[in-house]
Design a protein around this ligand. Structure first.
Ligand code: FES
Length: 144
């Protein structure tokens, strides 16, 4: 498989600045009882295939990357590269991969399996369901 790399500057990669933003409307999501719920009517970033947002903070214990794939499927990942820097991830346009924002560019397939780079493990992919205008993402604790 050919690996595509997201175009980022050296300094963006050195500093680990991800290309994916937090949602423009803060209250487009909520989290309770292991369920992250995103109101798609407020999450404009997820209206077009290829879009993505990163959800983090408040009472959510994990950083989550949510991608609206170019294949029309929603995917959610633990937004933490398993390589030692534990940087954030971004979707790579024209592919269904996600890639670490760091210099080493660890890259994972749509299932979270590693396909390029120094990371030791796959990333966790969370189940996503759509109910009307809500995306419901089940955040489970990782096994230690
Ligand atoms: S932190 Fe992701 S490749 Fe190093």
């Amino acid at each position: 498989m050919d690996i595509k790399f997201l175009k980022r500057s050296f300094f963006q990669r050195l500093l680990g600045i991800s290309a994916t933003s937090k949602p423009e409307i803060d209250d487009c999501w909520s989290y309770a009882n292991g369920k992250l719920i995103i109101d798609l009517s407020k999450a404009s970033e997820l209206k077009t295939p290829g879009g993505a947002i990163r959800i983090e903070g408040n009472n959510l214990s994990k950083r989550v990357l949510v991608v609206y794939g170019e294949d029309g499927k929603y995917r959610a990942f633990h937004n933490r590269c398993t390589h030692l820097g534990h940087r954030r991830l971004d979707p790579v346009p024209g592919t269904d991969t996600v890639q670490c924002c760091s210099i080493n560019k660890s890259t994972y397939d749509s299932g979270g399996k590693k396909i390029f780079g120094p990371m030791p493990h796959p990333i966790v992919r969370y189940p996503v369901e759509r109910e009307q205008e809500n995306l419901i993402i089940s955040i489970r604790e990782e096994l230690k």
